[in-house]
Write a protein of this length. Structure first.
Length: 420
């Protein structure tokens, strides 16, 4: 068998190579409804304070603290959203609800639990109802002063922050309906192989269904990219080249799957060598050894091209390790790598003698591990063949196993990359 001329690059070096070439892209405004998961491109400053008025924290009575406990006439009511058209004078109280503006004159709130309304023994209709205050409060008690939550001029969101529900709420709180964010990178996805047929079509003899394209479109969305479907290209240089140029004209990243291993029909590397710079053509890893990465310049813009292996597991594992961080970096994320935990395999794990291996596992917290102090238990997904996509079903982690000749005992500590 002909051997590839490309050296086996360790995965950490491959990741560094990819990230050094993945630029941050353009910015665009998005409405708050479309902001989830995007990355802010500019600081957001509060133009006004929150609350904009001294607000009650409790349902109760607005009082003058110095009046102290006693029976007082109830001179009015202020509910949230209303402004009092009266003042609280010494010797009187006003009913107030949570979030309502403190009426002029009052300097504290007594919560309703510390009061009682008194039966009105006077039948005259113009007599005010009376309230008994049981407790002494300090000035400012149960009041949020102006700007307590957000000060005027405060930076509430910083450029580079990823927008989740709380960040979107903060933007609304300071009055914004749109936010400047980094554009999601466009990721064109191509399947290659004469054997492939679209799911839904009848399956002729000798053919298999294309699982990689729907999988990688979903993976792209998960990674924060915007997928563009290039369909299936046969194992034919002209077809592949046409599909590549279509993708590269529109996308920031192009992912192909298949056609990168060593063999007669493995055409992707040749195409990339012809038109771009191939930065690596093999990885020291299992599964996913033939993964290839190249860049091309089109009108002065650098495009990234990942030639992922055809086996579905190899394609998805290399996507998580390399394409996902690149996509995140181009989408403006600061921390682009998958989080790691230390996990303990639930069964013995035999290492690969030649290459570090990324085994798929379902990880969960087990409070009985380590004499009751707890730990992450990694349960294997079974047969780890790179063609067997069922080995990634329900997997939430990739165990980063070193190469070696031994078998790790059950309970050994291994590093695990979280993929969900
Ligand atoms: P290749 O890298 O083209 O040699 O493909 C390696 C293996 O992956 C072969 O068994 C292919 O049939 C399979 N394969 C390639 N592309 C796909 C795909 N899109 N969906 C499912 N299997 C694929
Ligand atoms: Mg193929």
């Amino acid at each position: 068998m002909m051997d590839s001329t490309y050296p086996l690059l360790p995965v950490p070096n491959a990741l560094a190579t990819v990230l050094a070439l993945a630029d941050r892209r353009t910015t665009r405004p998005v409405t708050l409804d479309n902001a989830l998961g995007t990355v802010l491109a500019a600081d957001v400053v509060a133009m006004d304070p929150l609350p904009p008025f001294p607000a009650s924290i409790k349902d109760g009575y607005a009082v003058i603290a110095a009046d102290g406990p006693g029976d007082y006439p109830l001179i009015g009511r202020i509910t949230a959203g209303l402004l009092a058209d009266f003042s609280v004078r010494p010797g009187s109280v006003a009913y107030i609800t949570t979030g309502a503006p403190l009426p002029p004159g009052a300097d504290a709130v007594v919560m309703v639990e510390e009061t009682e309304t008194l039966a009105n023994d006077d039948s005259a209709s113009d007599t005010l109802p009376r309230v008994r205050i049981h407790t002494q409060v300090k000035p400012g008690q149960d009041i949020r002063p102006v700007g307590y939550d957000i000060a005027q001029g405060e930076i509430v969101l910083r450029a580079g922050e990823r927008l989740g529900p709380a960040e979107i709420g903060l933007a609304a709180a300071v009055g914004l309906t749109t936010l400047p964010v980094y554009a999601k990178p466009r990721v064109a996805i191509l399947s290659t192989g004469d054997e492939l047929i679209e799911a839904g079509a009848p399956l002729p003899p000798g053919r298999i269904r294309d699982s990689n394209r729907p999988m990688l479109r979903a993976a792209t969305t998960f990674a924060g990219g915007d997928p563009l479907d290039l369909g299936i290209a046969g194992d034919d240089p002209a077809q592949l080249e046409a599909a590549f140029w279509t993708g590269l004209a529109q996308a920031d990243i192009l992912i192909s799957s298949g056609g990168v291993s060593v063999g007669e029909l493995d055409l992707i590397k040749r195409l990339l060598e012809q038109y771009g710079v191939v930065h690596f053509g093999r990885l020291r890893m299992k599964p996913g050894k033939p993964c290839t990465f190249a860049t091309v310049e089109i009108d002065g813009v650098r495009k990234l091209i990942f030639g992922l292996p055809g086996n579905p597991v190899s394609g998805l594992v290399t996507f998580y390790l390399l394409v996902l961080p690149a996509t995140r970096q181009m989408a403006g994320w600061r921390a682009v790598e998958l989080p790691r935990v230390q996990a303990q395999p639930a069964q013995p794990v035999t290492l690969d003698p030649a290459r570090p291996e990324y085994q798929r596992a379902a990880i969960r917290w087990d409070h009985t591990l380590n004499h009751g102090s707890g730990g992450w238990l990694a349960i294997s997904t079974g047969n780890q063949a790179s063609s067997r996509l069922l080995s990634m079903r329900s997997a939430n982690a990739l165990l980063e196993l070193p190469s070696g000749n031994q078998t790790l005992e059950q309970g050994a500590i291994v590093s695990a990359l979280m993929i969900e």
